[in-house]
Write a protein that binds this ligand. Structure first.
Ligand code: ADP
Ligand code: MG
Length: 594
C-alpha cells in the first residue's frame, strides 16, 4: 500500500448496534396492546427508573463516580412537582411546568451534591451522597407545612394528552427514550470519551487537556435534572408520596442496575434497570427478598461476568484476533496527521529543582529542546527523568527554577492546561481505557480540538457531528501513521504491550504537538519494533516537532538523537551530541559502563 493511501474509515456495524434498540422500542410501543394494567404499572416504573438511571449511568458507568445515593434527586423532583401542582404554597402550577421545575431543582442539587466529587475520591464521595439522602428525607419529614410530613402529599395527574393509564405510560416511555437518546449522544461524543478517560486513565485525560472539574459539573447537572424529572413522574405514579417511599433500597437498585448492565454502556444498564424493576414483581413471594436478590445478582455478575450484560452481548469483542501481528508505521502519513505550516518551537528549562521532603528528585536541571530535533534524556534509574517530564507536563510544581516556551515564561499550572501549549506525552506505563476501542482511545487525544459545546453534543447537533467525523478521521490517520490502523475497532485491553506503546504515540499525535515527551517508549519492544519506533520518532521530529525522549536503550538514543542530556542523582551530568556523550568519561563510568 502506498504511504499516502488511507483505509476507508471503518464505521462500526450500525445494524448490530441498532437492532436491540428497535426491538426495545417495538416492545415498548406495543405494550398497551396487552391491555394489562398491572404490567402497565411495572412498565411505567421501569421507564421512570430509567430516566433517573440514564443520567446516573453517565456518572457511575462512564465517569466512575460512586454516586450511590442518587435517590434524593427523585425525592426532590417528586415533592417539587407534587407541591407546585397542589397549589398549597402558591397558586397551582400546570403539572407539565411543575415537571420542568423538578428538572431544574434536580439540576441545581445535582451540582451541589456533585461538588465534593471534585475533591473527594471514591468512597468518601459515596458517603457524602448517602449523607445527602438522609438530609433530604429528614427535611421532607420535618417540613410538614409544605410536604405534609409523614402523612404525605398527593401526587399530580398529568392532563391531556397523557392522562393516567396508558397515556401516562406513553409519557414515561417518551421521556425514557429521550433520556436514552440524550445520554447516548453524550456517550458517543468527545465528552463521553473524556468521561471514561477520567475514570480509567485520569493522567492521560489531563495530558490530553481534559478539565475534569468542568466536565463533571456538567454531568452532575444533567444527571440531577434527569433525576428530578424522574421524581415528578414517580410522584404521579405513586398518586400519594410520603418520605418513606424513597428507600435506601431504591438507591441500591439504581446503582446495581448500572453495574450489572456494564460500565460504559447504555444498552446494558437499560436492560439492567428493566430486569431489576420487573424481577421482584413477577416473583411475588420474592418481594420481601428483593434486597437479598439484588445483592446475590450483583455478586454473581461481579464474579462471573465483570463486564456485566454489555460484555455478555458484545459479540464483536470476542472475535479472535490475528496471532502474529506486525506494527508497520507509515511515517509518510505524518504530514497529514500533524498538519502543515509548523513553526519550530523551543522549550528551555533553567535550574529546575523539585524536592520531595528530603529527596532531591531533580536538583538544578537545565534543558533545551528545539523543534525539529530529538533530544535524548538518559540516566540511571531514579535519576529524575520521569520527574522532569512530570514538571514539564504540569504534574509537579517545581520548588525552584523556570521554564520558557519560545522565550515566554511557561507558568506551572494544572496538567490539563498543557495541551493548549501543544505539549503531548506518553507514559512509562501505558495509560489506556481497556473497554474502549483503540480508535476511541486515540480520539481522546484530540478532545480539545472539538468545537461543539456539551449542549450541542447532548442533542447531536451538526457541529457535534462534524467534531466526531473530524476526530475519527484524524485518529484513523494517526493510527495508520503508527501502524495500528488494522486494530482500530479492537478493545484496547486486547492489545499487546508493544502495541499499546504505539497507541499512546498515536494519541499524543492527535494534539498535533509542538512538543512530544516520550517516557521509555521502547521498553518491552522487540529489536525490530525498536528500529521501527526509532524511524517513526525521527520522522515526527522532521515534521518540526520537538521530541524529548527518555530511554534506556542506548543504541536507540545514540542512533536517533540530535542531542543528549545525561542526568544523575537529579543533576545534569553531561549534555552534548551523541558522539560527545559517548566519549564522556564520567558518563561512561557512571551509566554506560565500560
Ligand atoms: P527516573 O529517572 O527513573 O524516571 P524518577 O524521576 O521517577 O526517576 O525519580 C527520581 C527520584 O525522585 C527517585 O529517587 C524517586 O524515588 C523520587 N520521586 C519521584 N517521584 C516522587 C514522589 N512523588 N515522592 C517522593 N519521591 C519521588
Ligand atoms: Mg522513569
Amino acid at each position: 500500500m502506498s504511504d499516502q493511501a488511507l483505509p476507508a474509515p471503518a464505521r462500526p456495524l450500525r445494524l448490530e448496534g441498532a437492532l436491540p434498540w428497535v426491538v426495545l422500542a417495538a416492545i415498548g410501543l406495543a405494550l398497551p396492546l396487552l391491555d394489562d394494567s398491572y404490567i402497565g404499572v411495572i412498565a411505567q416504573r421501569a421507564c421512570i427508573y430509567w430516566v433517573l438511571s440514564a443520567g446516573l449511568n453517565l456518572l457511575v458507568g462512564f465517569a466512575g463516580q460512586l454516586a450511590i445515593g442518587w435517590v434524593p434527586m427523585l425525592t426532590l423532583g417528586a415533592y417539587t412537582t407534587a407541591v407546585l401542582t397542589a397549589g398549597k404554597v402558591m397558586p397551582a402550577w400546570n403539572p407539565y411546568l411543575a415537571l420542568l421545575a423538578a428538572g431544574g431543582m434536580g439540576a441545581i442539587f445535582g451540582v451541589i451534591v456533585g461538588l465534593p466529587a471534585l475533591r473527594l475520591r471514591t468512597f468518601y464521595f459515596a458517603m457524602t451522597t448517602l449523607g445527602f439522602t438522609t438530609i433530604v428525607t429528614q427535611v421532607a419529614l420535618a417540613w410538614t407545612d409544605v410536604t405534609g410530613g409523614g402523612v404525605g402529599t398527593p401526587g399530580p395527574d398529568f392532563p391531556w394528552p397523557f392522562e393516567p393509564g396508558w397515556g401516562f405510560y406513553y409519557f414515561c416511555f417518551l421521556l425514557a427514550a429521550l433520556a436514552t437518546w440524550i445520554t447516548a449522544n453524550v456517550a458517543h461524543s468527545r465528552f463521553g470519551r473524556a468521561l471514561i478517560a477520567i475514570r480509567d486513565a485520569e493522567v492521560a485525560a489531563e495530558a490530553s487537556g481534559i478539565a475534569k472539574p468542568r466536565l463533571l459539573v456538567l454531568v452532575f447537572l444533567l444527571a440531577g435534572a434527569l433525576g428530578g424529572v424522574a421524581g415528578g413522574l414517580f410522584a404521579s405514579l405513586q398518586s400519594y408520596i410520603t418520605p418513606d417511599a424513597f428507600t435506601f433500597e431504591m438507591s441500591v437498585l439504581f446503582f446495581i442496575a448500572i453495574l450489572i448492565g456494564g460500565r460504559g454502556s447504555i444498552l446494558g444498564p437499560v436492560l439492567g434497570t428493566i430486569i431489576l424493576t420487573a424481577l421482584p414483581e413477577f416473583a411475588a413471594p420474592l418481594v420481601q427478598w428483593s434486597t437479598f436478590l439484588y445483592a446475590a445478582l450483583l455478586l454473581a455478575i461481579v464474579l462471573l461476568i465483570p463486564g456485566g450484560i454489555a460484555e455478555l452481548i458484545d459479540f464483536r469483542g470476542r472475535r479472535p484476533l490475528e496471532q502474529h501481528r506486525e506494527i508497520a508505521p507509515r511515517p509518510g502519513l505524518l504530514p497529514r496527521v500533524l498538519g502543515a505550516g509548523r513553526t519550530p518551537a523551543s522549550m528551555t528549562l533553567h535550574d529546575i529543582r523539585l524536592h520531595f521532603g528530603g529527596v532531591k528528585a531533580i536538583d538544578g536541571v537545565d534543558l533545551d529542546v528545539r523543534g525539529g530535533e530529538v533530544h535524548g534524556l538518559i540516566g540511571p534509574n531514579g535519576s529524575g527523568k520521569t520527574t522532569t517530564l512530570n514538571v514539564i507536563s504540569g504534574y509537579y510544581r517545581p520548588t525552584g527554577g523556570e521554564a520558557r516556551l519560545n522565550g515566554a515564561p511557561l507558568p506551572f499550572e494544572a496538567p490539563y492546561t498543557r495541551a493548549a501549549h501543544r505539549i503531548a506525552r506518553t507514559f512509562q506505563t501505558p495509560r489506556m481505557i481497556g473497554d474502549a476501542t483503540v480508535l476511541e482511545n486515540v480520539m481522546i487525544g484530540g478532545t480539545i480540538d472539538g468545537q461543539a459545546s456539551f449542549a450541542e453534543a447532548m442533542l447531536s447537533l451538526p457541529r457535534s457531528r462534524r467534531d466526531e467525523a473530524a476526530l475519527r478521521e484524524a485518529a484513523l490517520a494517526a493510527l495508520a501513521a503508527v501502524g495500528l490502523d488494522g486494530l482500530a475497532e479492537v478493545r484496547a485491553d486486547r492489545l499487546q504491550h508493544s502495541e499499546l506503546r504505539f497507541m499512546e504515540i498515536a494519541r499524543a499525535l492527535m494534539l498535533r504537538p509542538a512538543f512530544l515527551l516520550l517516557d521509555e517508549p521502547a521498553a518491552g519492544l522487540s529489536a525490530e519494533e525498536i528500529r521501527r519506533l526509532g524511524a517513526l520518532i525521527t520522522a515526527i521530529s522532521r515534521e518540526g516537532v520537538a521530541v524529548l525522549l527518555v530511554e534506556h536503550h542506548a543504541d536507540l538514543i545514540f542512533d536517533i538523537c540530535d542531542r543528549v542530556t545525561v542526568l544523575n542523582l537529579g543533576k545534569v551530568l553531561a549534555a552534548g551530541t551523541p558522539a560527545e556523550i559517548r566519549a564522556h568519561r564520567e558518563v561512561v563510568s557512571a551509566y554506560l559502563g565500560a
